[in-house]
Design a protein around this ligand. Sequence first.
Ligand code: PLP
Length: 451
Amino acid sequence: MTATGNSAASRDKAFVLHPYTNLHAHETQGPLIIERGEGVRVYDDAGNAYIEAMASLWCVSLGWGEERLVQAAAKQMRQLSSYHIFGHKSHEPGIDLAEKLIKLAPVPMSKVFFANSGSEANDTAVKLIWYYNNALGRPEKKKILARTRGYHGVTVASASLTGLPNNHRDFDLPIARILHADCPHHYRNAHPGESEEDFATRLAEQLEAQILAEGPDTVAAFFAEPIMGAGGVVVPPATYYEKIQAVLKKYDILLVADEVICGFGRTGTFWGSQTLGMRPDILTCAKQLSSGYLPISAVMVSEAVYRACVDESKKIGTFGHGYTYSAHPVAAAVALETLAIYEERDILGHVRDVAVPFQKRLKALADHPLVGEVRGTGLIGALELVADKATKANFDPVGRAGAVVNTLAQENGLIVRAMGDSIALCPPLVIGEDDVHQVFDRLTTALDAAI
Ligand code: PLP
């Protein structure tokens, strides 16, 4: 849409400060105005249809126009449109959702804290970890490890956990006490000839060396997405988490699983932690919790973490953390309905079925002249564009080729997401096999046009 007169595009440029956007480029380029959605497709203001193969930032698991979610929201709006749960107030949607999440948790969990976004959930986890260690009389045990290329959000603490340069540079981040371990990307970071198994062993040894260098009594927690999403869909080697967790256990360091993308069936089990063999002490989730229909996130904590927080609160009074909209009743009602639909329609079974052609078509793209690596599990995947397949040399500058393919895909009615030169795919979980083929046909057309 050209930005003329009083068009939405020109008003966008006049009034909106865009999140996560090259602001300088936006001043000339302007926006794509999305007007409506139906199933796995969204439509722009000129009526063009796009398969949304990123589920609107890894969120809209049930696709657009799911009437049951609309009805759940409307019903709750009429009954109790808004209420907080500070102090000793509560309401049934929040209670029901907490109970449901505890039942679904991949490992025994004790309590659920609600927030509104993945960033807030991870920020909450950081604060709980600090509170927990103060409660245990370990004021020095506060450093938190995350990983290079990990993504945990953009609030001050969660952006510090994130290991991507654009989230730190000129924002004066990361804050003190947040450190980064190496990214488990075999294709980019393994030594020549190093097997996946040996690479995982080396990363665990490096982690241990880093913990020893910092002082184990100063390291509190390790944050990890089961599969890294925004860092380029990095699937760690099979034995990685087993080895990492042995190190964490040795030094009494908590594991936080950031399930904001992987949770709720994305990887073919209900939680990414199950697919990847993680046993977290704290689990954060968001996005597909409500199929992205309303903002809501959750932090699940083990009994040990919860009990320590209660002890601390007993000492100092109010546990001074909470959001006005923690457990917002309408968002909670929509999340409950989302979880009910997952069960009733066996969305997990569907993901396992449709993941077969999805992964097959993805793997076939490894033969494309522009593609250095493909990677993925379940209904998440990415391909990495390279200038030279043999040497794995990047295009210069990194990100230009990704942007070109992104644009060409969009011109072919397909929304993907370029992260540097990795092109990510994360379609709604309800996508059918025919549309899976459409996604890869259109992506192949875009790749061919980019050569
Ligand atoms: N954690 C992960 C793994 C994410 O992918 C994201 C967002 O994409 C976040 C946290 C931050 O979530 P939000 O954008 O809702 O703050």
